[in-house]
Design a protein around this ligand. Structure first.
Ligand SMILES: Cc1ncc(COP(=O)(O)O)c(C=O)c1O
Length: 416
């Protein structure tokens, strides 16, 4: 490979998404490689929030509710179409990923009464493990954790080994939070369906960075957050997906009034709407939904196929530089090498990864650290240039080659 800075500049000059960088704000002087944790802020978000606060809330007050509810539905459908590639009426925006996962997992196991097991990957994001354990305990079910290579992710053979007609639900992450491994949604969903199980996908790390073949795979359920690649901001509401033909059959365990058929009839008995809104619970977070709308618009403007191409190009470039510059310094690639099996982040293992992470931040580059000894590097396709990747990797090479990272503490911070 050509590891010169000029080569990086040439890649930027040929980048069809270069113009889209202006959709978000760069109010800092860091190289930000953590778009897979918290995406940058869209340029349009402050104005949209100001309009909400100053006009719709301060002046129009409660008369704004019909527009707010219509906007919530329109934003969910836009997210469905532009990010998830699904037809309208199958996505809702609500709560956090954790809460949505709980609602859908309970709905799923209750729809598969008589089956005694729930399957989840052993290296799932911790909240997924906790929620599934709790749901299983409360429903008298057993949890089977699928063991798989933590850098490579779950393969069909791993899942097939634990499936039988006792499995009610399979819960998997489309892109692994630690390794970035992109699972084969179509193949794994078909396997689970062959065993009669429902499948619930966690899309936190793929939504906005990789196509999610929900429609093609026939996946039943999905959840995901909006603050990573969707750029909706810290704590913005999450989304959930329920395939249209399943909606009438599944019931949310939280029987809230926003899922009620004729909400303002104020009837004393719960009678859920037949559609996706039955998975809503209470009053929606309107500022959060406005921020989701602006974030999703950035993804829609760039287009998911172009974002995926750029993501593959950026991570492949990063892996090439790591091979040449960092492998001799003790780094090992802890993500799939094949870009078709990788999301938009790359993980590098190093015995002093936490110290290297702190030194890298001190040198103006923001990645994050994941246990046990990994640097997680997320060059968000919309907002990261090849030159930024070059500069960041050059700084890391320099830090570790000179041992400067060893000056940093070995104890882990509260947030990594
Ligand atoms: C894969 C995955 N699932 C679930 C979550 C938890 O999401 P939340 O805190 O919004 O519930 C995260 C958060 O980073 C995540 O990365």
């Amino acid at each position: 490979m050509d590891d010169s800075r000029e080569a990086a500049l040439a890649l930027d000059a040929a980048d069809p998404l270069a113009g889209c960088r202006d959709l978000v704000t760069y109010a800092d002087d860091v190289i930000y490689l953590d778009g897979n944790s918290l995406g940058r802020r869209p340029v349009s978000t402050p104005g949209a929030l100001e309009d909400l606060v100053e006009r719709q809330w301060a002046r129009d007050l409660i008369r704004s509710w019909p527009a707010w509810l219509a906007d919530a539905t329109a934003t969910a459908d836009l997210l469905g179409e532009a990010v998830l590639g699904v037809a309208p009426g199958q996505v809702a925006i609500s709560d956090s990923t954790t809460v949505n996962l709980y609602k859908l997992a309970v709905a799923a196991v209750r729809a598969r009464q008589g089956r005694s097991r729930v399957v989840i990957e052993a290296d799932a994001f911790p909240t997924d493990l906790y929620v599934i354990d709790g749901v299983a305990r409360d429903h008298g079910l057993e949890v089977t954790r699928v063991e798989a290579d933590i850098d490579d992710g779950v393969r069909a053979t791993d899942l097939a080994a634990v499936l039988d007609d006792d499995v009610a639900l399979v819960c998997l992450s489309h892109v692994g939070y630690r390794s970035g491994a992109l699972l084969d949604m179509v193949e794994l969903t078909h396997l689970a369906h062959d065993a009669g199980a429902l499948v619930l996908w966690d899309l936190c790390h793929s939504a906005g960075s990789a196509p999610t073949p929900l429609a093609e795979s026939g996946a039943d359920l999905a959840v995901g957050c909006t603050y990573k690649y969707l750029n909706a901001g810290p704590g913005a509401p999450a989304f959930l997906y329920v395939r249209a033909d399943l909606q009438a059959e599944l019931r949310s365990p939280i029987q809230g009034w926003f899922g009620q058929r004729d909400q303002f009839e104020m009837a004393p008995e719960y009678d859920p709407v037949p559609g996706i809104e039955r998975f809503l619970a209470g009053t929606p977070n309107v500022p959060g939904i406005v921020a989701v709308r602006e974030g999703v618009r950035t993804i829609a403007a760039a287009g998911l196929p172009a974002l995926r191409d750029k993501g593959v190009a950026l991570t492949s470039y990063l892996v090439d530089l790591a091979d040449v510059w960092l492998q001799p310094l003790g780094f090992r690639l802890a993500s799939p090498r094949d870009p078709a099996r990788r999301g938009s982040h790359v993980t590098l293992e190093h015995p002093q990864a936490w110290q290297a992470c702190q030194a890298w931040i001190a040198a103006g580059v923001v990645p994050d650290f994941r246990t046990p000894d990994r640097l997680r590097i997320g060059p968000a396709p919309l907002t990261t240039s090849f030159e930024e990747v070059w500069i960041a990797m050059d700084r890391l090479r320099d830090i570790v080659a000179t041992g400067r990272h060893l000056e940093f503490p070995t104890e882990r911070a509260r947030v990594t």
